[in-house]
Write a protein that binds this ligand. Sequence first.
Ligand code: S3P
Length: 434
Amino acid sequence: MTVSSNLIINNSNPFEGEVSIPGDKSITHRAIMISSLCNGKINISNALASDDCEHTINVFRELGVNIEIKEHMISVTGKGLTSLKKPNKKLYAGNSGTLMRIIAGILATQDFTSSISGDKSLNTRPMKRIEDPLKMFGANIISKNSMPPLSFKPSKSLKPISYASNLPSAQVKSCLIFAALFIDGASVITEKIKTRDHTERLLEYLEYPISIEDNAINIFGKKSFKCKDIVIPSDISSAAFFIVAALIRKDSKLVLKNIGINKLRIGLIEILIEMGANISVFNKSVICNESVADIEVQYSELKPINISGEKISRLIDELPILFIACAVCNGISEFHDIGELRFKESDRIKSMEEGLNVLGIKTSSTTNSLKIFGGSFNGGIVNSNNDHRVAMSFIVAGAISKKPITVLNTQNISTSFPNFKNTINGIGAEVYEV
Ligand code: S3P
């Protein structure tokens, strides 16, 4: 999948119509991983076809799992929990922190050696957060100064653990849940702040013995799954760009269908409604243990916001596009407790701040916070720093900018939303490759 490395947005008509949003990235990764551990064939429909998910497919093929792809349907034929094979080569996670961190739980508990690396950006992202608890399980894991590549050796002293995570991270939690699947006995993973629970929901859906009491997840190792087909909701984190686009471009009205509205992922919608957004969520249903709905959004005058604490983890990936919405509000918006943004695909506080400043928006920041002084976008050249969500955020800004916005290094849009340019052009924008 290739997306051009630089994009320019010249202008945009009001956004109108229905937008087709691709499948959820977090759930697609997990569905491929869990199906690979089942004994039988599972068809995964509305799966995200993107670079990140392709890396997950390639890694499990290397581990001996039969995976076929037909457009947005992935068919995974696994041979059971203990059937993974030693890979013939070093595994590669590309740009995907989710793949690298979650699969570490699986690789650390196998009876073969393996290693996994990532691209330039992923190879600088912190892994201590998974390394420390995996070592508590008795795993043999070696990193390069707590960064990738990661190597794993078989361990004879694996034991179930009770682990309380202070860091709100669904990747860390899921890594440990996956590790617990391979260890005899009951492990308990507790999170201080609840994070997206797609792993837990998929395990429940496939009838794996797992029980959840408040913030504690109890997992029993070495049990089996029931093979059932999986339908993936469309990704709220990708929908977010179109929700904000319609809110800030006068006279817009968009409908987004079949969007995942897991209650630990809808922080953006809650905050935008608090800011005065005209958003309605309807046709709610539950598919494969995940809530989905249609969303209608119309242009609205937004008020600035001040957010911190537990709310942050429910909109962590949507912060870049929320910054764009706040940049054109009349007043000052404040974001606290957002230090984790510095460890994403780029340092997202820095990338967004630099881009906003180029466009004429004043900001100030600390390691853990950002203040945005609302104004209007002048246009200019911004660098996405190879970060897909930063790139798409600045393209959306271009829809209401006085002059065109050029976004550099946009190729990583293909990690989560390969068809983004055509999708936004299809509803009124003028985005070109440069
Ligand atoms: C994800 C969890 C979040 C999120 C990432 C996807 C997941 O990361 O930012 O894009 O699928 O578990 P953290 O666990 O680091 O917060």
